[in-house]
Design a protein around this ligand. Structure first.
Ligand SMILES: Nc1ncnc2c1ncn2[C@@H]1O[C@H](COP(=O)(O)OP(=O)(O)O)[C@@H](O)[C@H]1O
Ligand SMILES: [Mg+2]
Length: 340
């Protein structure tokens, strides 16, 4: 039913990488993924809260309570889940909302957990209602309700599950039902965009791992254009590194600029779709307001992609605003576009 849609969501995670489709993100993500709290830059508040929660759970010799991370793609949700598993020496089982299609899928995942495991469910907003219902008792009381038989003779048996921690991630917190949200007893954490300084540190670390020499100016240039997003910063670093390597040059500011120009990324980190979105609102709809569905149709993009991938950063920049009647372009965005 939703296989087209599934692709779309996977795409949206990587949309900042622009077409043609880049397939090396998995690999890149793994080599550059922080493995300790010190390597995980920024998100100070979340880190402090998690450290207390994890230490307290350890003292009680009990798995930490369930955690939910939300925020735009590439800010470090998956990384946090893996980091927690690493730091608590727990085994992490990795799945996602779209992968759990039937109640039976979830039942089999849950019954295969070992005590102390972390179950990571990415894109949890894509779980359907029936599956959510099965998840509630599992999260709350560690039991799995199984219905045996059909009709009047049907009966429910309860299976005791091993103690586990659910860590979930979503780009769409608003799509999560209140009952599901409330079951994340360990906390619901919003990841913020990163400061330029934090992104700078991430680039420094990544360039060491990738073994590239990068000068200060080049680092700042990438940081400035990375949409305040670690994944994008790493991506831009890699693409600039490629150009430097082919040219047999050092990774300088000029190389960064040239490489980003070739990728269609402007001096604020906006890509072609971001600019098209602003231009459509401005030119076709007189600056707005324009509804999300109309906007999506004009851009030939999915509404969810616009909401998940493009809009958060444009909102953060103050380039668009959301009103009750739709999206509007701001003067700040107009200024930026007119400089082109
Ligand atoms: N706080 C951080 N410090 C250093 N690198 C980070 C941080 N957060 C994310 N990254 C880098 O960005 C990449 C994307 O992060 P990821 O956790 O996959 O994002 P999300 O799951 O939120 O989409 C990671 O592989 C990692 O290399
Ligand atoms: Mg992720």
């Amino acid at each position: 039913m939703s296989s087209k849609n599934d692709n779309k969501i996977t795409d949206s995670e990587n949309t900042q990488e622009i077409s043609p489709k880049i397939t090396d993100t998995k690999f890149l993500d793994q080599t550059l993924r922080p493995n300790s709290w010190d390597e995980y830059i920024g998100q100070k508040n979340i880190k402090e809260n998690l450290k207390i929660l994890l230490t307290a759970a350890k003292q009680r010799q009990h798995p930490p309570e369930h955690l939910l991370f939300y925020g735009p793609p590439g800010l470090g949700k998956t990384t946090l889940a893996h980091l927690i598993a690493h730091e608590t020496r727990a085994q992490l089982k990795d799945t996602s909302g779209p992968a759990i299609e039937k109640v039976g899928d979830l039942a089999s995942i849950l019954t295969n957990l070992s005590p102390g495991d972390i179950l990571f469910i990415d894109e949890i907003h894509r779980l359907n209602k029936a599956i959510e219902e099965v998840l509630y008792p599992a999260m709350e009381s560690g039991v799995l309700d199984i219905i045996i038989g059909k009709g009047p003779s049907a009966r429910t048996i309860q299976l005791e599950l091993p103690a586990f921690t659910l860590i979930a991630a979503t780009t769409r917190i608003a799509m999560l039902s209140a009952p599901l949200r409330s079951r994340f007893s360990g906390g619901v954490f919003k990841l913020d965009f990163y400061t330029e300084e934090e992104i700078g540190k991430i680039i420094e670390r990544s360039s060491k791992i990738l073994n590239v020499e990068i000068d200060g100016e080049a680092k700042e240039e990438i940081a400035k254009r990375s949409r305040s997003t670690p994944r994008t910063a790493n991506y831009l670093l890699k693409r600039s590194r490629d150009l430097a390597q082919i040219r047999e040059q050092k990774l300088t500011n000029d190389i960064v600029k040239e490489s980003l120009e070739m990728l269609g990324i402007d001096n604020m980190g906006l890509n072609a779709v971001d600019r098209a979105m602003l231009n459509v609102i401005e030119d076709k709809f007189n600056g707005g307001p324009v509804g999300l569905n109309t906007l999506a149709a004009s851009l030939s993009e999915e509404q969810s992609t616009i909401e998940d991938v493009y809009e958060p950063y444009l909102l953060q920049l103050g380039f668009i605003e959301r009103t009750s009647r739709g999206r509007v372009v701001t003067d700040r965005a107009r200024k930026h576009l007119s400089k082109k």
